[in-house]
Design a protein around this ligand. Structure first.
Ligand SMILES: Nc1ncnc2c1ncn2[C@@H]1O[C@H](COP(=O)(O)OP(=O)(O)O)[C@@H](O)[C@H]1O
Ligand SMILES: [Mg+2]
Length: 395
């Protein structure tokens, strides 16, 4: 019997369009003999839609048409079945069963643990990072704190809340300047280089912070890596076993890789974007074997320490002159699911997708084997007027 796979994409994120591209690439590559694909598109206003026309990229150019023909749906669990239901209908034809969801979403509300928490709460199995891994994978401060503690090399950094900065900016600036210029300021939980600025002096630092504060309450400031080469690697697996893709080198005409560099490439927005596959990249990266080995070893450590599942991409900053390798960030649902790094290892896209789905099924089974609740009679002993409260529970 075919596995019924709900592919979730879109979402309330600056990377909405990238998610559509990644999801459509994936839906066209998933083996149709083994899987029934059910597209579930989350519009920018948060409404969920389903319908086979959502597999066609052209529909997204005309949202009115999409809303007219796609069905608004809700996902829930009933009697051990996972149901996607047409909001406006209650007939048999309005119900689609789902075996497992595959979130192919980038950034806020899709990759950052929010969606994973929702799926977890309603009890629907899903692929890729679980809630915890997704949360730490989105928050650049959490990620770097955990990595630093796990012996994964990261650049020196400081962080603060906008609230504390507004109370006493000078105190925070003083702390940041101890890292030494040039510095790079980043909103902690965004992505795609939005709100990120490099600064060389006090006034630029203050400006960069004002900019970053527009996007997040939590701000990260790091020292800038010099003689920079950026490389990425993809890791596939779970906490027990991992495999590594080839390493890619990513180039940029700017000092920092921008949204355009990453997704729009040479087309400058005029032609159809190919997602991450269009960025300027050199595969394999032109780095010495010694550094490549370091990237491989650090990638495994970085993956395991965040307890990731499925496919991720881990991005590195390398100071080539001083031969220093730093883990910069993890993408727990990477653009294009990093397929272009795996087909160089002889793992074609359908096989990669199948591995991700199987890892999701395994993760669900593993979790179900753990105990999550105890049958107790605490509530039956509890009296609402408080006169016979249960021992040990203080009101
Ligand atoms: N510490 C750093 N030193 C030098 N360049 C950096 C540093 N951190 C980030 N960059 C540059 O900025 C880009 C975006 O930063 P990154 O942390 O990857 O954020 P995002 O989540 O937006 O991709 C990187 O691809 C790199 O070009
Ligand atoms: Mg990045």
């Amino acid at each position: 019997m075919k596995i019924k796979l709900g592919v979730l994409f879109g979402g309330v994120s600056v990377e909405h369009e990238i998610s559509i591209i990644t999801a459509i690439q994936a839906m066209n590559s998933i083996d149709p003999i083994k899987y029934d694909i059910i597209p579930i598109y989350i519009a920018k206003d948060g409404t969920w839609y389903s319908g086979m026309m959502l597999k066609d990229i052209k529909i997204y150019n005309d949202m009115d048409l999409l809303k007219r023909y796609a069905k608004e749906v809700v996902l829930y669990k009933r009697d051990d079945k996972f149901i996607l239901q047409n909001k406006r209908g209650l007939l048999r034809k309005d119900i689609t069963e789902i075996d497992i969801c595959f979130p192919i979403m980038h950034g806020t509300y899709g990759e950052d643990g929010n969606l994973q928490g929702y799926l977890e709460t309603i009890g629907v199995p899903y692929c890729e990072a679980d809630t915890y891994a997704a949360v730490v994978g989105q928050d650049k401060v959490f990620m770097k704190q955990i990595w630093r503690d796990s012996g994964v090399p990261v650049v020196k950094f400081e962080w603060f809340y906008d609230y504390d900065y507004s109370k006493n900016p000078d105190k925070i600036i003083e702390k940041l300047e101890k890292l030494g210029y040039p510095l790079i300021v980043k909103p902690a939980r965004l992505g795609s280089s939005v709100g990120i600025t490099v600064c060389k002096n006090n006034s630029e630092l203050r400006e960069a912070i004002e900019e970053a504060i527009n996007y997040d309450t939590k701000i990260l400031v790091e020292e800038v890596v010099k003689n920079l080469t950026e490389v990425n690697i993809s890791v596939l697996g779970n906490y027990q076993k991992q495999s590594l893709s080839v390493i890619e080198e990513v180039g940029s005409s700017n000092k920092i890789l921008t949204y355009e560099d990453k997704y729009i490439g040479g087309t400058k927005g005029n032609g159809p974007s190919k997602g991450m596959a269009s960025a300027k990249r050199i595969i394999p990266a032109r780095i010495p074997d010694k550094l490549a080995k370091e990237v491989n070893d650090i990638a495994i450590k970085a993956y395991r320490s965040l307890n990731a599942t499925g496919v991720v991409r881990i991005d590195f900053l390398i100071d080539t002159k001083n031969e220093k390798v730093y883990a910069n960030e993890i993408n727990s649902i990477p653009g294009s699911l990093s397929f272009y790094l795996w087909n160089k290892t002889d793992k074609e896209y359908p096989e990669l997708l199948e591995d991700i789905i199987n890892l999701g099924i395994r993760e669900y089974k593993n979790k179900r084997n753990k105990i999550h609740s105890f049958d107790t009679n605490i509530l039956s002993n509890f009296s609402s007027n408080g006169s016979k409260g249960v021992k040990g529970i203080k009101k």
